[in-house]
Design a protein around this ligand. Structure first.
Ligand code: SDX
Length: 393
């Protein structure tokens, strides 16, 4: 009995875990963080406040939020030796590969906060990750384009600091567009958690061996990298660009998808849980038009995406398979308009998902019944047989 659904024994046995953090009703298109509807949080909350809610279970008082923001500001800097890390990668390295490596490397610099059984160490490693991930992401991007790294400016807000480190230069003041910062903050809220998705399950699985939080989150970053998961936002934009280059032949592309041509999927469509509209996609779609209008950057790819959605939603092939736009379908168009390179889109997903990974890892670690993750299998290989020498094979 959770107050929402009565879990019958069969469901609990098939469920990978119980959790009090995020609730999804895939048929009704409902998503709630700690009971709060995502639509309300996206409209009225902030990413740092939602991070607090996910990790500690309650919306913070103003004093709690001020303290949380203060602790985050204290740790935005990276150790100076960490900087050498970025120039060690090829300039064209995918930033998700850099991010997962850098997050894992944090455990070598902060060896005083690795013990999952020590609540103080768990708290400081949580704060260090939330504080430093934007700095790492910005430094990976700046290094890839050969521009100087900017130190964090702790007089700025969380998102504003990230935007300045990503797009600012030491030679000129960087002017932050408050509307763009607000939309990016809202996008991070939408991505903050999503119950037992592939990357979160990975973070829990790795943590179940009592691996430290940095190592567990690094594994989650790698799981998110895949194009069927977080990598889909990059794959959607690449798909739209290919269709655009072929003269916006939407009907022709949809025919290829339905024919199941190898490697041809409608990226940004479909979901393991949502068999109806992904509630996050509706919010992103609305914000996309607002951002493009505000930036005065009309993008034919948005019109193309909306046309693709309209065709798919009226085509039995997609309707029968309950394929609807998911959170990744429109985000790439917004991120591109904000100035992020296509290969950084999944890094933005990781920045948003971080508090959910942390909250889910902490919830699991606090479970006294914690068992190391060890799925069983159904064996389908050869029955017993005996070794034969190579001369007889
Ligand atoms: C995320 O789990 C989460 O919560 C994830 C996430 C989060 O916040 O963490 O929401 C983020 O990962 C969203 C998903 C992003 N991925 C994509 O957009 C990639 C494209 N989508 C698919 O690859 C697919 O829809 C999945 C992986 C998302 C879901 O796959 P399922 O539920 O396993 O669906 P399936 O593979 O069983 O497909 C059912 C049918 C099949 O056709 P039939 O064999 O029945 O004829 O639908 C077809 C599939 O071929 N299908 C698609 C399709 N997705 C499924 N056909 C065309 N295009 C697609 N995108």
């Amino acid at each position: 009995e959770t107050g929402y659904v009565t879990l019958d024994p069969g469901f609990v046995n098939t469920a990978s875990c119980t959790s009090a953090i995020t609730y999804i009703d895939g048929d009704a298109g409902i998503l709630r963080y700690r009971g709060y509807p995502i639509e309300e949080l996206a409209e009225r909350s902030s990413f740092v406040e939602v991070a607090y809610l996910l990790i500690y279970g309650e919306l913070p008082t103003s004093a709690q939020l001020e303290d949380f923001e203060g602790r985050i500001r204290e740790h935005t800097l990276l150790h100076e030796d960490f900087k050498a890390f970025f120039s060690g990668f090829p300039r064209d390295a995918h930033p998700m590969a850099v991010l997962s490596s850098a997050v894992s490397a944090l455990s070598t610099f902060y060896q005083d906060s690795l013990d999952p059984s020590d609540p103080d160490q768990v708290d400081i490693s949580s704060i260090r990750l939330i504080s430093k991930l934007p700095t790492i992401a910005a430094y990976a991007y700046k290094t890839s384009i050969g521009q100087p790294l900017l130190y964090p400016d702790n007089s700025l807000g969380y998102i504003e600091n990230f935007l300045r480190m990503s797009f600012g230069l030491p030679t000129v003041p960087y002017e932050i567009d408050p509307e763009i910062a607000r939309v990016l903050d809202m996008l991070f809220v939408l991505h903050a958690d999503h119950e037992q998705n592939c990357s979160t399950s990975t973070v829990r699985m790795v943590g179940s061996s009592q691996a430290n939080l940095f190592s567990s989150v690094s594994a989650g970053v790698n799981a998110l990298f895949g194009p069927l998961h977080g990598g889909a936002n990059q794959a959607v934009l690449e798909m739209l660009e290919r269709i655009h280059q072929n003269g916006d032949d939407v009907d022709g592309f949809v025919r290829r998808v339905k024919a199941k041509e190898p490697g041809v999927k409608l990226m940004g469509f479909g979901h393991r849980v949502y068999r109806n509209y992904d509630p996050r996609a509706a919010v992103v779609k609305k914000a996309t038009r607002e951002v493009l209008d505000r930036l005065g950057k009309p993008d034919p790819l948005l019109d193309l995406a909306m046309r693709l959605e309209e065709v798919a939603l009226n085509d039995d092939y997609f309707v029968e398979r309950k394929l609807y736009p998911n959170v990744d379908f429109y985000t790439g168009v917004i991120y591109k308009a904000m100035g992020f390179p296509t290969n950084a889109f999944t890094v933005l997903f990781a920045l948003g998902r971080l508090p959910g990974w942390i909250a889910q890892w902490r919830e699991m670690m606090a479970d006294p019944a914690l068992k190391i993750g060890r799925p069983r299998q159904v064996y389908t290989g050869s029955p017993e047989r005996h070794y034969t020498g190579i001369e007889k094979r």
